[in-house]
Write a protein that binds this ligand. Structure first.
Ligand code: FAD
Length: 403
């Protein structure tokens, strides 16, 4: 029987662990954190991510979890509402399900199989090797260092992946022009309803306000990359002023009335890239570990889940048949080959969006932002970008779980 160690219990690791476990493969899932609570993680599920849960047979369970369903977008400019339109006009309905609910659900489903083990509070530190082949992980757990031998190590440990670093993979990094500063405030009384997102467009960038499943409002402001460091040096009031200057007076007043929410904003330093190869003998990388995604278009979770489905398709038959290293490595390489085209297409699309709307130093970008309400209202945006928007929502290649 083959043994698989998966490092990182995010969406990619949790989904793959479940899929392998239910096919009888011995899986150990290591998670650095002692629990699944995270304040600011991506919650946005596209139709492609929802479909991944349906294919895994977890659609009904997912529907029992707390969620925020977004069905309208309002665009504000210069302190005034310029447009309100149903998300259907762009061909989708946004669904936000918090990761602190999704991840325990995946672990619980995997845990229904005796061949699954979850090691929380356990961080991968070293790759164990025999010659050039990785044969396991040395990790630091609650009781000290421990070795986890494996026929295959899967690194799903996110954008700062330890497995990627230890495996000496070659990375292509795309320089980014923006970061996102995040905070949460109570949902204001004046908010139209729990299904409405507000986008505030201005010279400095875009500020989004999205109702969350826990009844609050998530406010995210784009900043030029590195700008937050400078703002922070000026003290709390400097970046707060920047935020308040960018948004309409009703929302600014609401945020000022909740100063406690301003104390610990979380900066998402946007990292985008992908590995030229996701595999080495005995190792496979998936999700953000293989291809850290831009937050544009909320793709990261969805692509991570789709990686897991494709990985299960290729790995299950080979792992169930035994532990032949060449067969395992061959299957891992097929996973990467299948997933690369979608990742490249999505990252290129995200890059174009950033260049079009977030280059505040460029006239074209400032005009694109200014024209956005009109483009949406008139239906021109969907006409011009319909195919790409469809790809963002449903994926650009078909992904079908076959095991
Ligand atoms: C603020 C923010 C907003 C986002 N918004 C969205 C959105 O709306 N929609 C969307 O689709 N995506 C969004 N994303 C991106 C999305 O969260 C990620 O792309 C997605 O979670 C990637 O999944 P993953 O499983 O590859 O990695 P991760 O979710 O990053 O999971 C990696 C896991 O590995 C663990 N880990 C790390 N190192 C080790 C180690 N050495 N040993 C053991 N465990 C380790 C981590 O603790 C973590 O649990 C957002 C990201 C952020 C930060």
């Amino acid at each position: 029987m083959s043994r698989v160690v998966i490092v990182g219990a995010g969406p990619a690791g949790g989904a793959l662990a479940f899929l392998l476990a239910r096919r009888g493969i011995a899986v150990t899932l290591l998670e650095r954190h002692p629990d699944f609570d995270r304040t600011f993680r991506g919650d946005g599920l596209q139709p492609s991510g929802l479909d991944a849960f349906e294919q895994m047979g977890l659609g009904n369970r997912l529907r029992t979890l707390p969620r925020a369903v977004i069905n309208a977008i309002e665009i504000y400019q210069g302190g005034r509402r310029q447009a309100r339109f149903p998300t259907e006009k762009l061909g989708f309905i946004g669904c936000f399900v918090p990761q602190p609910a999704v991840l325990p659900m995946l672990a619980e489903e995997a845990g229904k199989h005796a061949n699954f083990r979850l090691e929380m509070g356990t961080a991968a530190r070293e790759l164990l090797r025999v010659g050039e082949r990785v044969v396991g992980i040395r990790a630091e757990g609650p009781d000290g260092p421990r070795d986890f031998p494996a026929d295959l190590v899967v690194g799903t440990d996110g954008r700062y992946s330890t497995v990627r670093k230890l495996g000496r993979f070659t990375e292509i990094a795309t320089p980014q022009i923006f970061d996102i500063l995040n905070l949460k405030v109570p949902l204001p009384d004046f908010w139209p309803d729990q299904g409405t997102v507000r986008l505030e467009l201005g010279a400095g960038g875009i500020t989004g306000a999205i109702p969350t499943a826990d009844g609050r409002l998530w406010v995210g402001m784009t900043l030029a990359q590195g700008q937050f460091k400078t703002l922070k040096e000026g003290g709390l009031h400097t970046w707060t002023e920047e935020l308040l200057r960018r948004i309409s007076s009703d929302l600014a007043g609401h945020i000022q009335a909740h100063p406690e929410c301003l104390k610990q904003p979380i900066l998402l330093d946007v990292i985008v890239g992908r590995l030229t190869t996701w595999t080495a003998p005995g190792v496979l990388l998936l999700g953000d570990a293989a291809h850290p995604m831009s937050p544009i278009g909320g793709q990261g979770i969805n692509l991570a889940l789709r990686d897991a489905l494709v990985a299960a398709n290729h790995l299950c038959p080979v792992l169930a048949a035994g532990n032949d290293p060449a067969s395992i490595d061959g299957a891992a390489q097929r996973v990467a080959a299948d997933r690369m085209p979608e990742i490249v297409a999505m990252q290129e699309h995200q890059h174009r969006q950033a260049q079009t709307f977030l280059r505040s130093d460029r006239l074209l970008s400032r005009w694109s932002l200014r024209l956005l309400p009109m483009l949406v209202k008139s239906g021109l945006l969907r006409l011009l970008m319909g195919k790409r928007l469809h790809g963002l929502q449903h994926g650009v290649v078909p992904v079908r779980l076959t095991v």
